[in-house]
Design a protein around this ligand. Structure first.
Ligand code: AOF
Ligand code: ZN
Length: 332
């Protein structure tokens, strides 16, 4: 299963499907095939591992499939993995996580009815860390939301004169770009779109465009001008007139978006936080003070310290002289 988890990580973190890895073992416990899912529309990890074994001349009959997610039982963009496993004569299936999706989930029962031995839950916690946003998005029927901001030590995103480029170091900005390349959509308000004229593209270490470009979503009542950088290179542009975060997420869920990155500004950040719709925060902190200027987050209608919105820190890293704090919102 550790090997299957390693294989899972080879697939893309973005897109509607989860990262899944699989290892096929012969009855003597020798590894005869490996596979992983390379993204929606490509074979699932289990058929990929079966094909790998066959191409090396191995017979999957009587074998054990070790896979990080419960095999699917549905016909989606590809056929049911349960069927592929039964037809191949696989004897046992060991998997980590139950698939919460209403159509694909429940494959374990199908396999048991066909006489296979099935064990679920192996290394489930470790598997969860890889696909946590996907799992949560499927369970809740709305995308996982990461809020990102970059501020000074006193929490400001711009100086009193409005200048805001650049608060954090180039290294921290490159780091933030890596996250853009892993999400399905980036959300900004029209205020940010008009004031900062961002491109909202994902760029690699050398400044080139990453292969995957997230959907760029602008929310608010104002219109993005024809000459804006947002209208240039990058993912498709979606303008949502509705300011309500849950309406925004509902319309994005229809685009099969599983992971959304909210990048500002203060009004949009506050709206998502007030609605309880931020799952994780990535706060980049530059060791600098401004003493005046706007904060990363607008009014949350909190008037007393007892009402503070408290998160749980899961990570604190130094990135090129700045600090990245990752914190999660309370989960169910
Ligand atoms: C994957 N890869 O290796 C497994 C998945 O539209 P489809 O046919 O690609 O089906 C996608 C669903 O299948 C996915 O959301 C998940 O519930 C299930 N299992 N998916 O993408 C895999 N085993
Ligand atoms: Zn499948």
């Amino acid at each position: 299963m550790w090997r299957a988890l390693e294989l899972a990580a080879r697939g893309p973190a973005h897109g509607p499907n989860p990262q899944v890895g699989a290892v096929l073992l012969d009855p003597a416990g020798r590894r005869i095939g490996e596979g992983w899912h390379a993204g929606a529309g490509t074979p699932h990890a289990e058929p990929a591992a079966l094909a790998d074994a066959r191409s090396a001349g191995h017979d999957p009959r009587g074998a054990t499939m070790v896979v990080t997610l419960e095999p699917c039982r549905h016909t989606g963009r590809t056929g049911p993995c349960t069927h592929a496993l039964i037809a191949a004569g696989v004897a046992r299936v060991v998997y980590a996580l139950d698939d919460p999706s209403p159509t694909a989930g429940g494959g374990a029962g199908v396999l048991r009815s066909a006489g296979l031995e099935v064990v679920g839950g192996l290394l489930a916690e470790q598997a969860d860390t890889i696909v946590h946003p996907w799992l949560t998005a499927v369970r809740r029927g709305r995308p996982w939301v990461t809020l990102k901001h970059a501020t000074t030590l006193d929490g400001r995103v711009a100086a009193a004169d409005g200048s805001s480029r650049w608060i954090t170091s180039p290294a921290a900005r490159r780091h933030a770009h890596r996250l853009r390349a892993q999400v399905d959509a980036i959300v900004v308000g029209t205020g940010t779109a008009l004031r900062d004229d961002p491109a909202l593209t994902a760029r690699d270490e050398n400044g080139g465009l990453s292969a995957h470009q997230p959907l760029r979503v602008v929310v608010g009542r104002r219109t993005v001008p024809a000459g804006a950088r947002l209208r240039g290179l990058g993912g498709p542009l979606v303008e949502v007139r509705d300011h309500d975060p849950s309406a925004v997420l509902t319309s994005l869920a229809e685009h099969e978006v599983r992971h959304v990155l909210v990048e500002g500004g203060p009004t949009v950040a506050a709206a998502f936080l007030r609605a309880g719709l931020v799952d994780e925060v990535h706060a980049y902190l530059a060791a600098a003070y401004l003493g005046a200027g706007p904060a990363a987050v607008g009014d949350l209608a909190i008037t007393s310290i007892d009402g503070a919105l408290r998160l749980t820190v899961t990570e604190a890293t130094i990135v090129g002289g700045d600090v990245l704090v990752v914190a999660r919102n309370q989960e169910e």
